[in-house]
Design a protein. Structure first.
Lengths: 236, 222
């Protein structure tokens, strides 16, 4: 997790942009990654490499460590062993190059959808679409001035997904992105991911369902502790 | 980076003013404690004005705890902390921004309102001014110390009581020098500036140590 690299659009230079495209050239390689939580080994020996435009679908049974893998990549969990390298993205650290949309949507119920997205845009930097345009793109233009607490689970998820569009980030980490989404929104998400990949971005999605990721590699995490009670202890 | 920190402060201030935020709550709590004391002690104005600064300081320490347990916990629970760790700001910057917002909604209003509340405990003009000044200099330390406890208990449900037990002892030095500075202003053997300088130094130390410690506690939750 010590990889430091240059990130053109975050080191003061103008991002190369055509419309809202960034033209990423990011590469990610993960070598022999292992994860241990609460003293128990969740997985080990994970190795994969992604080139610009690649997508990776992470599958595996409940508790196999899909979310743990994403947490490690996003820098919220320390890997037990192994290394992660990112190339062609400047000098920012790995967490500064990615978007995370997970089970916890990172939205404040008391703020409106627009305020939530504007905050994310200012916090993450490298602005892309305005919050209103991003919401329009996800069919939620009417929710711009509504507190997120008033929205349904599927609508909240779409607001969280709209965050992908308000900032330029080459790597998207999605944890069960289709949870609570209707079929139309799932198709919309598939389009967004395809556009991101066409732009050279990477998508890593932990999922149980087909996401419409054409030509995505599949990484199946086999639990290294077989058939014991759930190895994940949730202290939260 | 400055933009991200300002965005964080603005968001926390906005949240404090919305439903479920602790915006004016600590100020009201402060008022309640200060208002209760004269009822408990009886109408002895000399006694009240002698212990007035101590009462105001005790009330300030206790009201700092209001909302402190949710300082990082709310963001941990809804995933906002994951979002913040993806920001081009180190976690120390996030902590600094959140503590600043916490102080702006608790410590600063308390310090500004303390002359008014000083009336309830029969403080004279000098003592009112001195107490307000010590609160202004001392309450940031309370927020920074509290942030360490808040970060440690961020992933514990109902960690509020543990938080209080953890941080209250660490607030004792600020309490001692805050009260002694306020009392030095109205008489006594030490000049006002000596304990005030120590109080300000304690605040600076708490700002550095508290920021680093809270960020370390948040960084690796396991």
């Amino acid at each position: 997790m010590t990889a430091r690299f240059r990130c053109a659009w975050q080191s003061g230079m103008e991002a190369p942009r055509v419309g809202d495209r960034a033209g990423y050239r990011v590469r990610l390689s993960v070598d022999n990654l292992a994860c241990r939580r609460s003293g128990r080994r969740i997985f080990s020996g994970l190795t994969f490499a992604l080139a610009p435009g690649d997508a990776l679908a992470v599958t595996g049974r409940n508790g196999a460590g899909k979310s743990s893998l994403l947490a490690i990549l996003s820098g919220r969990l320390r890997p037990d062993a192994g290394r992660i390298d990112v190339a062609e993205v400047g000098e920012a650290s790995l967490p500064e190059c990615l978007h995370v949309v997970g089970h916890r949507d990172g939205l404040k119920s008391a703020l409106t959808a627009g305020e939530n997205l504007l905050f994310a845009q200012k916090l993450l930097g490298a602005a892309r679409l305005s919050p209103r345009d991003a919401l329009e793109r996800l069919g939620l233009g009417h929710a711009h001035d509504l507190p997120v607490g008033y929205l349904s689970a599927g609508q909240r998820r779409r607001v969280a997904l709209a965050r992908l569009l308000v900032c330029h980030r080459p790597l998207w980490l999605l944890d069960e992105p289709t949870a609570a989404l209707d079929t139309a929104s799932q198709a919309l998400l598939a389009d967004l991911m395809a556009a991101h990949r066409a732009d050279g971005g990477l998508v890593i999605a932990a999922t149980h369902q087909a996401l419409g990721l054409d030509g995505a590699a599949e990484l199946r995490i086999e639990a290294s502790v077989a058939l014991e009670p759930e190895p994940m202890e949730d202290w939260a | 980076m400055t933009r991200a920190i300002l965005a964080l402060i603005a968001r926390d201030l906005r949240l404090a003013g919305r439903v479920g935020g602790s915006g004016a709550l600590s100020l009201v709590f402060f008022l309640m404690i200060v208002a209760l004391v004269p009822f408990a002690l009886g109408p002895d104005l000399n006694l009240l004005s002698r212990i007035g600064p101590a009462i105001l300081w005790l009330a300030a320490v206790l009201s700092t705890l209001i909302g402190l347990d949710r300082l990082f916990q709310a963001d941990e629970e809804d995933g906002s902390l994951d979002l913040m760790s993806a920001a081009p700001v180190p976690l120390e910057g996030v902590v600094l921004a959140k503590v600043t917002a916490h102080w702006l909604t608790t410590g600063l209003p308390l310090a500004l309102a303390s002359p008014l509340f000083g009336l309830l405990v029969a403080l004279d003009g000098t003592a009112m001014g001195a107490t307000a000044l010590t609160l202004l200099a001392g309450t940031p330390a309370l927020s920074f110390i509290g942030a360490v406890g808040a970060a440690l208990t961020a992933s514990i449900r109902r960690g509020g009581l543990i938080l209080a037990v953890l941080v209250l002892p660490l607030m004792i030095p600020s309490l001692i020098f805050g009260v002694s500075a306020a009392q030095a202003a109205t008489g006594g053997t030490v000049p006002f500036l000596v304990p005030l300088a120590v109080l300000a130094a304690l605040t600076l130390i708490a700002a550095v140590v508290g920021t680093l410690a809270a960020a370390a506690a948040l960084r690796w939750p396991e």
